[in-house]
Design a protein around this ligand. Structure first.
Ligand SMILES: NC(=O)c1ccc[n+]([C@@H]2O[C@H](COP(=O)([O-])OP(=O)(O)OC[C@H]3O[C@@H](n4cnc5c(N)ncnc54)[C@H](OP(=O)(O)O)[C@@H]3O)[C@@H](O)[C@H]2O)c1
Length: 358
């Protein structure tokens, strides 16, 4: 039996309130089908704030997302899991709801060997902690653009023009990958802070980042083969902006949040279903034929492709540069409550660094 503590620190999210505290280590949870991960780094995602606000539909087959981005080490591996103590891993939250929050010193994942093989993904970068980045959000982008190519039957985005609404973490990673696939990219962001972050970090060049405004939408009317909506919520207004910017025959790609019943244009394409079931549908709108598609989640293969891209093309994928701030686990509850309440907002990715092992 590995040396596991008598107590560990974890967070709880109850009735919209986040707390951190110590609780007894559940020795009885260490079954044959259990992997326990000790995270070194955890990432804060917009979905965490949404779950605090109750503004996100939780999928029963996957469970809540609160605390799902992490890189850590296997601290315990049950005999039927296929993992070993010391494995460097990350989590795919799209596979099993049988897991505890990632905002903790230890994370417990229980399932069959087959499902654990999808849910716990080995990290092939032994030095990732020296230039930390979060594999899960990138795997979702790899998956999403793969879906886009599949839907449009294109081998790459060579020569295509891609507009991206939102220069959050998702928008910036879309820009990196679409550029790598041969597209020219234009990213539109409402606030100046994220535009400045993208420029200052060298992720986007001057001619690749614009304000997200009616004037810019008009100036870029009918311009893009693909417009990706990567904002916190894919509101009808933002989808309309995307439709203005799309060329005739272009694709509106819905990545930002949608909820059951959302449609665009009003009462026509069911954008929530298109996104969650990763389908494509044609509509006529603004005198153009538009194809509306979306993507949701990712698989182990997407993580593996993400690691390959990062290792083979480090200049195209400066994922480490997305980190804007590092905090400790004790600082997390007030910070995430402020982010959820809209009192704090940080461009890029805020990471939580676990306390050093004693
Ligand atoms: N489909 C999937 O598989 C999948 C996976 C992961 C995430 N997501 C979605 O992607 C979304 C974005 O994630 P992220 O990590 O990039 O979040 P993020 O880093 O917090 O960025 C949020 C972005 O949304 C913009 N925004 C928010 N409200 C807006 C509004 N009313 N009008 C215009 N822009 C607005 C922000 O612009 P400002 O700078 O102006 O505030 C910012 O660019 C998440 O909320 C989630 O729904 C989808």
């Amino acid at each position: 039996m590995p040396s596991l503590p008598a107590a560990y620190v974890t967070t709880t999210l109850l009735d919209g309130v986040v707390n951190v505290g110590a609780r007894p280590f559940p020795q009885d949870a260490l079954g044959d089908d259990t992997v326990v991960i000790r995270p070194d780094y955890m990432g804060i995602c917009r979905a965490d704030a949404k779950e605090i606000l109750g503004s996100r539909d939780v999928m029963e087959d996957r469970g809540p997302l609160f605390g799902h981005e992490l890189v850590g080490t296997v601290a315990f591996a049950g005999s039927r899991t296929g993992f070993a103590e010391g494995d460097l891993v990350t989590l795919n939250p799209n596979i099993t709801p049988s897991r505890t929050t990632g905002f903790a010193e230890y994370v417990f994942v229980h399932d069959t060997r087959e499902r654990l093989d999808q849910a716990v993904v080995r990290v092939p970068e032994p030095h990732i902690r020296d230039g930390i980045w979060m594999p899960e959000p990138f795997a979702c982008i790899v998956h999403a653009l793969g879906k886009l190519l599949e839907h449009t039957r294109l081998p790459s985005l060579q020569g295509k023009s891609v507009g991206i609404l939102g220069a959050g973490c998702a928008g910036l990673m879309f820009a990196m990958y679409a550029r790598h696939l041969g597209a020219s990219v234009s990213v539109f962001n409402r606030g100046e802070a994220r535009r400045a972050f993208a420029r200052d970090q060298g992720i986007l060049a001057e001619g690749e980042i614009f304000a997200l405004s009616d004037a810019e939408a008009e100036a870029h009317r009918d311009r893009y083969d693909v417009v990706i909506v990567a904002t916190t919520v894919a509101t009808a207004q933002l989808l309309e902006t995307a439709a203005v910017m799309a060329a005739d025959g272009g694709v509106l790609f819905v990545y930002g949040g949608t909820r059951k019943g959302d449609s665009f244009p009003a009462g026509r394409a069911d954008v929530d279903t298109l996104r969650r079931q990763e389908r494509i549908e044609s509509v006529r709108h603004l005198g153009k034929r538009l194809r509306i598609a979306g993507a949701y989640g990712c698989f182990r293969e997407d993580y593996e492709e993400g690691f390959r891209l990062h290792a083979d093309h480090p200049r195209a994928f400066p994922l480490e540069k997305l980190t804007s701030r590092r905090i400790g686990l004790d600082d997390f509850p007030p910070l995430i409550m402020d982010i959820a309440a809209g009192k704090e907002d940080f461009p890029g990715k805020v990471l939580i660094k676990a306390a050093a092992q004693g």
